[in-house]
Design a protein around this ligand. Structure first.
Ligand code: ZN
Length: 63
């Protein structure tokens, strides 16, 4: 099975922003940081947590 682009999903503990990072960027220093606050987000899930046919992270912003 293929996932296409694989994402890690985060929520910012500071401003509550919901956002996602592509797994490909995991080696970057900024990975997981809120794009607004630059604080480490709370990890809430990844692509594999989506059930078939639904996307519970659909409103998470692309960073
Ligand atoms: Zn934030």
């Amino acid at each position: 099975m293929t996932w296409g682009t694989y994402y890690f999903f985060y929520e910012c503990p500071n401003c509550g922003k919901k956002y996602r990072y592509e797994l490909e960027g995991a080696s970057e220093e900024s990975f997981g940081l809120c794009p607004d606050c630059k604080v480490m987000g709370t990890f809430v899930g990844e692509t594999k947590d989506n059930k078939q046919g639904e996307d519970r992270f659909v409103d998470y912003e692309f960073v």
